[in-house]
Design a protein around this ligand. Structure first.
Ligand code: FAD
Length: 566
């Protein structure tokens, strides 16, 4: 008798966004094919997982397969679905799970390219496209995760620019002056003595942003479905990606269009291949070493463009460079690839770093694990107090400013009562209590005790807030539409933390994005783009749609310069 009852088995497991449905074909002796035929996983970005995990299961006849970094839940889902199929086919699951992994002895591969791009986010893909446009035909993009797109793929994907032809066609009047005045107002909201932004560079960036937005459409094959303003950024200057046929929108749609350009023009992109170090000969940059899934790579390159994002997911770097934000790496929404690799490689090469690095705030978050809690990320109708029981900010703030405000507090609590509008939250909280992250009490004084906050202060704070809410006049200037008295017991308080989506910082560059040393000279053949070099535009506050725009614009500029100087 064989190992399996031959046949085709369809199994289903829970993925990130609904079921992952897998069809596994067995002969008597082997797993012949694994096919994911339906899933709700993030369109496009997880695509490599659907090839590599099934291939590995079949090639190794094993269920002891490593998940693909950046797509762990999806990888494990596919393996779990095949496990169910093996059970149904009468196979020995334990034996397949305990099978030794394929030998880790790696092959060595030597490659040669004109331009090596490190990272497949917006900056890296734009760099590759622009290099191609300006004559380079031998370009290699390496991505360390199993997924393409980095934080850019997770972002809204809308790019801001002031005065594009698309805005004019839509009858939108916009100018650099208008964007610049918002930029200055926002950057002045914290760290008033800050060294950045460099407004000359911001001004140039705004001109280049217009070019990039039109170039993406006219040359790179991208398209916009609308131009919109975002809440507290009322001017309609965010160019929002079209929806793809497979339903992908936002940053995923942008990445899909850029990847399509690479595919159509035969520009090589390898995933699961991490660049580890730059290589030098006689003081000249000549390439890089990388680790791929099957081989250790030595890549000779005439130019290297570091487009590896920021360091929001590197706790050690946060502690060293932005100690106020220590701990935020654990909840950061940035790509798991944001570990500062490019910044560290450039530093090793003698680059100089921007002073005053900071985080890019995305609002506030709770550690409580429940989908409803996500609504608190930017819920202006709630009240925040600190550990001395006082309000410290207008909750109706831009999400980046809100994150910064929380960084200044020892602790932040969000208060809510049992009023009708909070029912979904209250129901969720009841399933999560008791917890060290939330408390409940019948009175504000008792709530204060549970929060370890001075009861008299908290009572006064809430009394003042409630009076203001009833009068429609808030001491911190919150608009009346977001004012709701907190009166109906029981009361709840939830601990909140700053939520990040990236970092401001990285290595100093010149206008062409060439990496600079402390003496102001550039390191020949080395470029840094996107979050690897973005601090020049910001003090501590992100401007909606500017980070993806900077990734694309800086990528475009570096690719052009690199190609023209081969
Ligand atoms: C959830 C979320 C929402 C956001 N929303 C917006 C928004 O709406 N608008 C906006 O303007 N900005 C937004 N941002 C910020 C913006 O997306 C980023 O600042 C910007 O896209 C960064 O682009 P990048 O190309 O520099 O880096 P990324 O897009 O992060 O790409 C870097 C890539 O390099 C890879 N990499 C890292 N190290 C290596 C290595 N050693 N070898 C090979 N590859 C490596 C990473 O895995 C990653 O894929 C958002 C960010 C997040 C996380």
């Amino acid at each position: 008798m064989g190992q399996y009852k031959s046949g085709i088995y369809e199994t289903s497991v829970k993925g990130n966004h609904g079921p992952i449905n897998v069809r596994t074909t067995f002969s008597d002796e082997a797993i012949l094919e694994v096919q994911v035929f339906d899933h709700g996983e993030t369109a496009g970005l997880t695509a490599p997982v659907f090839q590599r995990i099934p291939q590995a299961i079949v090639a190794q006849q094993s269920l002891n397969i490593d998940a693909i970094s950046g797509a762990t839940v999806t990888s494990e889902g596919i393996i779990a679905a095949v496990t169910l199929a093996v059970e149904e086919a009468g196979g020995d699951v334990e034996a397949l799970k305990n099978k030794d992994q394929a030998s880790n002895d790696k092959l060595e591969e030597c490659l040669s390219t004109d331009i090596l791009v490190v990272g497949s986010g917006g900056a890296g893909l734009a760099a590759a496209i622009s290099a191609y446009e300006h004559g380079a035909k031998n370009i290699l993009v390496l991505e360390k995760l199993g997924t393409i797109g980095g934080s850019t793929g997770l972002s809204g994907g809308g790019i801001a620019a002031p005065g594009t032809k698309f805005q004019r066609e839509a009858g939108i009047e916009d100018t650099k002056v208008s964007w610049m005045s918002l930029w200055k107002e926002r950057q002045a909201s914290s760290n008033p003595e800050g060294l950045y932004p460099n407004y000359e560079v911001v001004d140039k960036f705004m001109d280049e942003a217009i070019i990039t937005t039109e170039w993406l459409h006219d040359y790179a094959g991208h398209a916009y479905r609308q131009i919109y303003g975002f809440g507290v950024d009322p001017v309609r200057r965010l160019h929002d990606p079209i929806e793809q046929k497979d339903g992908a929108t936002l940053g995923q749609s942008l990445i899909q269009n850029l990847v399509k350009f690479l595919e159509d023009h035969h520009i090589e992109l390898r995933t699961e291949t991490a660049v580890k170090e730059l290589i030098w000969e006689d003081g000249q940059l000549v390439g890089a070493l990388a680790e791929g899934p099957e081989a250790a790579l030595t890549i000779r390159a005439k130019k290297v463009i570091l487009a590896s994002g920021g360091f929001a997911k590197n706790e050690e770097m946060l502690q060293q460079y932005v100690p106020q934000a220590a701990g935020t790496s654990f909840t950061s929404m940035a790509t798991p690839g944001a570990t500062g690799d490019g910044i560290l490689m450039a530093l090793d090469a003698g680059a100089t770093l921007y002073e005053e690095p900071w985080i890019i705030g995305l609002g506030i978050t709770s550690y409580l694990q429940h989908p409803v809690m996500q609504s608190l990320m930017m819920d202006w109708s709630k009240v925040y107090v600190n550990q001395i029981g006082e309000r410290f900010m207008n909750e109706q703030s831009h999400y980046a400013i809100a994150a910064n405000q929380l960084l200044d507090q020892d602790a932040t609590w969000l208060l809510l009562d049992s009023a009708e509008q909070n029912q979904a939250l209250v129901e969720a909280l009841e399933t999560l209590l008791p917890s060290d992250q939330a408390v409940k009490a019948e009175t504000i004084e008792a709530l204060a005790e549970a929060m370890n906050v001075p009861p008299i202060t908290l009572s006064q704070t809430m009394q003042q807030y409630n009076e203001g809410a009833e009068a429609g006049q808030d001491a911190f200037g919150k608009d009346a539409e977001f004012l709701a008295p907190v009166r109906q017991s029981p009361f709840y308080a939830i601990k909140m933390y700053p939520l990040t989506m990236g970092t401001f910082g990285g290595v100093k560059t010149d206008e062409a994005m060439r990496v600079l040393k402390a003496d102001g000279s550039s390191i020949e053949n080395l470029y840094a783009v996107g979050e690897t070099a973005n601090k020049v535009l910001y003090n501590q506050v992100y401007m909606s749609g500017s980070a993806v725009q900077f990734a694309l614009t800086s990528g475009r500029l570096s690719g052009e310069h690199a190609a023209k100087h081969l």
